[in-house]
Write a protein that binds this ligand. Structure first.
Ligand SMILES: [Fe+2]
Length: 234
């Protein structure tokens, strides 16, 4: 039990988030949004000031198409399905956020936001990229209900700086980018998997860190006990 765990704590600004629902659901390219003012201010400051330091405990991912760092809940080493429960390696604020991401309120609000029923939180990952970090443009379609969101905890990101997850029309970073955010201070990006849901991260040249959390939600079939991606891979 942590000290935020009471009904007085405001975590997300749901009114603001839900006001972007129509824009997300009717986007002409694919379902994506960039939004600011996500967390309630006080709670955001707690998250920002206790974001885990980039140290040896992080998993470095160096692959031909990406360079990034990841850190998982309960110190697991792979991208497995996330489980509820406190982890004392992280601050009270992040424990509160993690617990809340597994709450009905969180799941119902993102179902409302996206128009997809029975969404459940599947992954919760700390993602950091520093100088030299990137991810080539790509699209995946694990299932029609796989919803990926990034929450950013970065101040003083400058206009035009590469490093935030962008959305694009295709693979050409010079011509296809539709949205690349430059305010990463209490902001988020969110998209729904699709064959044309192109996204990536431009190469980071400055000595900066892109502190973020990635939460992936997906429809879960309680009767079959299967995630949508499992049903679609059959
Ligand atoms: Fe991706």
């Amino acid at each position: 039990m942590n000290y935020y765990n009471n009904t007085m704590t405001k975590i997300f600004d749901w009114k603001n988030i839900l006001s972007h629902s129509k824009e997300f659901q009717t986007n002409q390219y694919f379902n994506f949004s960039y939004m600011e003012n996500i967390f309630e201010k006080d709670f955001y400051q707690e998250l920002y000031s206790s974001y885990p330091k980039l140290d040896d405990s992080w998993i470095r991912i160096e692959e031909p198409d990406k360079s990034t760092y990841r850190k998982f809940w309960f110190n697991v080493k792979t991208h497995e399905v996330d489980r509820p429960g406190n982890d004392s390696n992280f601050s009270n604020a992040f424990n509160t956020l993690h617990e809340y991401c597994h709450s009905n309120e969180f799941m119902e609000n993102f179902s409302k936001f996206s128009g997809i029923s029975n969404l459940k939180t599947k992954h919760f990952t700390f993602v950091n990229l520093k100088k030299g970090g990137f991810q080539y443009p790509h699209a995946h379609n694990a299932s029609p209900s796989t919803l990926t969101m990034f929450f950013y905890f970065v101040k003083n990101w400058e206009e035009g700086d590469p490093g935030c997850t962008y959305f694009s029309k295709g693979e050409d970073e010079d011509n296809d980018i539709l949205v690349e955010p430059y305010n990463l201070d209490n902001a988020m990006t969110i998209f729904l998997d699709a064959d044309n849901a192109w996204h990536g991260v431009r190469y980071i040249e400055k000595d900066i860190e892109r502190q973020s959390i990635c939460v992936i939600m997906e429809r879960y079939d309680e009767e079959q006990k299967l995630w949508d991606a499992e049903i679609h891979s059959k």
